[in-house]
Design a protein around this ligand. Structure first.
Ligand code: MN3
Length: 206
C-alpha cells in the first residue's frame, strides 16, 4: 500500500477568479503530487511502507531530531497532509460563514466573524516566507496561528479546522508577489466554513 494523491473536491476552474485553473493544475497536479511521490519513495521497503499518511507524519515528527533521514520524510509527508487539508478548506466562491456551535465559539473567542477573518488575513500575510495559516482549536479555544515550511498542528495538541497555503506556488501565477490579494480572496470567498464546522464538532464531541 502506498499513500495516494487525493482527488480535488471540485473542478480545476471552480475557484476562479480567486485561484485560477492553471494554478490548481500545477499546485495539485505537480506540487502536491511530488510530495506524495516522494513520501512513497522514502518509505518503500521500510516499516512505514504500509502506514497511513497521518502515522508517517507522526513518526517522522517524533524521530526527526535524532534521525536525519526522517527530516525529508517529515517535510514531504507533512506537506502532503497539509495540501489534502487545504483543498478541503476551500469551496467554490459564495457566501459561506460559520454556523451554529462554531459561530457561537467564534463570537466568544474573536468577538465575531469579521474579526476572525481579519485575524486569518493577518496571520496569512504576516507569515514570513513559506508556510501555512491555520484556524485551530486549542484546548477548546479557537486560535489563529501560522507555521513555517511544512510544519503542521497535526503533530501537536491543536486540532486544525481550516488552513490557507501561503507558499508562493499557491498564488504567484495569479497574483505575483501580492500575497494579500490571494489571501483576501481565499478568506472572503473560498473558505469552506461547513468543513470547519464539521472539524469543530468532531473535536468537541465527548
Ligand atoms: Mn502548496
Amino acid at each position: 500500500m502506498s499513500i495516494e494523491l487525493p482527488r480535488l473536491p471540485y473542478a480545476h476552474d471552480a475557484l476562479e477568479p480567486f485561484i485560477s485553473a492553471t494554478t490548481l493544475q500545477t499546485h495539485h497536479g505537480k506540487h502536491h503530487r511530488a510530495y506524495v511521490d516522494k513520501v512513497n519513495a522514502l518509505v518503500a521497503g521500510t516499516p512505514l511502507a504500509d502506514a497511513t499518511l497521518e502515522a508517517i507524519v507522526a513518526q517522522a515528527a517524533q524521530r526527526k531530531a535524532s534521525e536525519p533521514a526522517m527530516v525529508p520524510l517529515f517535510n514531504n509527508a507533512a506537506q502532503a497532509w497539509n495540501h489534502g487539508f487545504y483543498w478541503l478548506s476551500m469551496r467554490p466562491p459564495g457566501a459561506s460563514a460559520p454556523q451554529g456551535a462554531l459561530e457561537a465559539r467564534v463570537r466568544a473567542d474573536f468577538g465575531g466573524v469579521p474579526a476572525l477573518r481579519d485575524a486569518l488575513k493577518a496571520a496569512a500575510t504576516g507569515q514570513f516566507g513559506s508556510g501555512w495559516a491555520w484556524l485551530v482549536l486549542d484546548g477548546g479555544v479557537l486560535k489563529v496561528t501560522s507555521t513555517s515550511n511544512a510544519d503542521t498542528p497535526l503533530t501537536g495538541k491543536q486540532v486544525p479546522l481550516l488552513v490557507i497555503d501561503v507558499w508562493e506556488h499557491a498564488y504567484y501565477l495569479d497574483h505575483h508577489e501580492r500575497r494579500a490579494a490571494y489571501v483576501t480572496g481565499v478568506v472572503d470567498q473560498l473558505l469552506d466554513w461547513e468543513f470547519a464546522g464539521r472539524n469543530f464538532e468532531r473535536a468537541m464531541a465527548p
